[in-house]
Design a protein. Sequence first.
Lengths: 434, 537
Amino acid sequence: MNPRPEPTAPSTDSSTRMRLVRAALGWRAPAVVSVAAPPVVKRRRLPLVLLVLLGLLGCDRGSNATVLWHAYNGAERDALVASAARWNAEHPDRPLELVAVPYGAFADKLTSAIPGGNGPDLFIYPQDRIGDWADSGVIEPLEYWVDDARADRFSDEAVAAMAYRGSLWGLPIAVKSLALYYRTDLVANPPRTTDELVSITPGKHGYAVAYANVDLYGHAPWLFGFGGKILDEDGRIAIATPEAAAAMTFARSLVAKGLAPDHAEGPLVATLFNEGKAATAISGPWFQSDIAAGVPWKVTTLPLVSATGKFASPFLGAEGILMSARAHDKDTAFAVMDALTSDVAAIERAKLARQVVPNVHAFDDPAIAGDPTLRAFRDQLAHTAPMPKGAAMRMVWTPYKTALGEVVAGRAEPGPQLLAVEREVTSYLVPERK
Amino acid sequence: MSTVVRQLRDFSVGAALCILIASAAFVGVRNRELATRQRSLADRAAAEIAEGRTLPDVRAVIVGPATPSPKRPYLKSRQISDGAGWRPLTATAAGASPDDKLFYDAATRYERETSARSPVRRDGAELDDDATILLPDGSGRALAVRPIANGLAMALTPPARPAPYPFLVLIGVLGLGAAFAAAGALVGGRAARLGTTAGIAALAIPCVLWGSWIAAALIALVGLGLAFAQGANLTDRFAAGVRGHKTALGFLAPAAVSMLVLVLAPFVIGLVLGFYDHHHGTWSFVGLHNFGEILSGGGRALDDPLNFWFIFGVTVLWTLANVAFHVTIGVALALVLSRSWLRGKGVWRMLFIVPWAVPNYITALIWKGMFTGEYGAINSVLHVFGLDGVSWFSSWATAFSANVITNTWLGFPFMMVVAIGALESIPKELYEAASVDGASGWQRFRHITLPHLRPALGPAVTLGSIWTFNMFNVIFLVSGGQPGGSTNTLVVDAYRWAFERGERYGMAAAYGTIIFLILLLWTVFGSRIVRSKGAES
């Protein structure tokens, strides 16, 4: 039965029918009001009711959809939307619904929503919280669905970044690491070693390199290039090592010699690079959007640490699609993950959003293989350090930043500062329940 | 109103509370019973399959040992036997069942948790010593795992629903209770109160049958309390009060409910969480341990920026410095703006209120940018005057100053507005009389203006000090605790316990309670000090 009212002029029939419909909907307006009120005014309410009912039906249909939360913006979001549209066209009975959630609120929302049976079925997040979420049962292990044949689609580093305590917890969708940007007008040949890096003299007030030097993420290339660690092979805290102290000493010497700015952070690095006051900058793929138009630049892999003969190795950050442990249809959710991380979707993201994708065969595509920036970040993957995924890692950032600030500013020595960091982090790790 | 009706009115109020208690007890008991029953069934079925036998309706399988991939050890292949021979346990294998993933994950989890090097993991589900879990999907299914010679014996029970809500039982005891209460009222005197107690106590009968003694005791206490209230005539007075102020209560109800949900509930939850420790998603009761760890400084030296007393000292200094600047600048500007000779007062007032109108985190971020060492506006100005730039966040004094400068910018308009209002209420005759008596400008300020400002500024200072004490945005965004965490205040440190030090929510909640107690003391005694000063003057 179609309860839609007649769109023509008011008539006795239509008003009678509307009264019946209203009665059926539970509207018990007195008959006298129905007769006295202008029929046009009355009729306007019915489409509203129908709209609400349709909305409710729509909500009901939406409950069968696989919901994916992401924090992508701009081109990355557009590329994801394109992949989702393809899935929805191919699987109209199992729709995929994308929900954009601000990055700042993302982790806390998930941590509180999923254990209560709420939240998304899938979400995109960097791998650094996998340890916490796996330990507290927020995310679903995937190795039941994933075998070597499927994992071969990705680079070994990227898929390993999604593993934790003997299980696989996500499929990688993008990889992010630092690399070396250089201004081609100031540096003819990019430095291949740290000795070459420190020999750059870009004018009177310029710096050889600008990078976030009081942040562990920015300092990581030197830390691992000098052979330092955060955790040892058994997962224990191993911060205070002579190698880590050497890396800090090197970072301090860059500032002391005027080769790198003190306390640099993202915006300052971009400003210095754009104004030609830094010949090189160490940053990630996101830095491309900060480079001003007209600045001649290229990107390459980070140099070899001359003192150790090892490559400067930044953290490897891999973004993955993770599945909620409370996903309502896990087989479908995995099928969506599989589709969104397929080579076709990866090529789409690389082309539309210039994402550095972990799919090995994406680089067989001539357009991607011929992109020197994507290629440089792809090559850098071979010299990266996987970001530790345990809860300990999240406690390291702030104390390490404090120590770097003190050492780089020349107020403290690396050895005692690293010991203090190790003591502080260990004190948080020791459970107070004795 | 007849005695019986009054008695039933009181009984219905008490009964409503008791039904809530009984319902909570019932839900707890039936969930525990369901879990015990299902686990026991899974345990028995796992033991049976280990012996080669099966139980009806329970899916029992044997999962073979894992064979890790040589290339990626975290990808493991397994075999499963469910009576029809062995087959691969993967999503793509022929004959795969929807429950197969549960068996695969249970095997991985069991091996991980029994591994000597791995700590026990909770995995969102309840896990007992025998590795039997109640699945956290709300289906009521239990899964048991037992090691056997050729792998792991597993049993998965069918779904189970908890017992239905016992409406009939509760209606029955409600009727019985109402009869007791009415009978008591008919007899009158002490028997009425006895009837109330007995009527309410009847509602404890189901709780006793369920073995929920705490709920039964609570209900008995409600009965005794209600009888006492009747004896003291409190129930009649309360009912008369409600009848007399029906409209007022109707208007108050939405605000009261909002306060209950938005203020009281989080506050109580925060207080309770302070007695718990949070670790990997599980909470454990630790009593006063969190408070002890905080107040003892956690074994750190007094000059360690992580010691509570160091942070407390910084917070007190931060509050004093800010409130002093807010009051001084606010009152000074108010005095200037209240001068009769000043032109364009409205424009000036609007300009001075702008810092207050801008959201404080935006202001904080702008000041953070201005304090940046290399290209910050402040150092650029210093360079113009031939001075060296200051590395603002390198030393405690400069970082603390940067925070105070930012918060002073944010806070003085409030004091200015309060002072302007107070100044306008001072009668002009007082100044005229003082002038006639030959009082100087300073004397007029000291003996007329200041005493009249105090009643308005007192509450404003109390409020301002609480806001400043709890200011998070400025410290977190401007200095970020630099250098070395030494400019952190208590609320910032509480945040760091919750979100940067392994989600120690219990510690953060304990911090919150301590901050609350400090501010409570300050509000009680601080306002007394202000009042007594006002009285003296």
